[in-house]
Design a protein. Sequence first.
Length: 278
Amino acid sequence: MYKQFTDEQINKYEFSSHKTYTLNQTQVTRKQFLSESLDETADRYYKFARINLYLSGSDLANENAKFNTIPTVGDPKNNDKMFFRKFYNSGSLLFISQSQFGDGIKKGSFSLTDNSTAATVKIVDDSNGNLYSTNATFSQSVSALSSSDNYVGNIFYDIGVVAITETASFDGTNDYKDVTSGNFSISYKSTKTICTDEFVCELSPSEMNQTTNDTIFSEAGQGLLKGNLTGSMDGFPTFITEVGLYDDQQRLVGIARVSKPIPKSIKIPMRFFVRMDY
């Protein structure tokens, strides 16, 4: 009752699924960074951001040319639409747990609403890794809010890190450096890659026409049916209730069950599609 798969009968697929998350300040790790600060933690996070996020892109980080050969998460050579020039001596970082973003944050899905200051600040991403405020009343130039002049930070989608690097004012009174210092919330879509193995189980009319269910046979043996069943094995219809998947040593590794028994046709070919997601 075993049948070998051909290469054409085994298919592999991948697709991305997304889930919306909304988190508040208690569910996100926030760290302030400050260069050469007496606070060792703040200085340590400045070095983290400088080396791991901005080393290859920021004017400030380009002081030593030898470091430009180090691959970093934020690298203009990998994304020429991502702005890096506003990495200064101070700013704030938000760290999202990988359990809450999976394979990465979906581009264009991030938003932050902050009530830390007297004014509510709303920040979104532009799908290129740049953050900008949608309701700022004060800007660096008359260009678009998402321009290289007016952007306020970056989001690193693959590692779940948000950096607020702008040090100027949001509205002429409240500064971006105070954003995320109090009450705030973020919303975004996580990304999860689903891999699917598909096995196409094909049966010809002459195959699999005898049951393997021992309960129908008489204890007298030799293929005889129980007394309450009539006919012989040759005329007894076979019903398919499950499909087993076996390895090369004929060890059962997976079972697919149908919702109800399906009569096995002896006239036309049948095909069962078994899919496993992981």
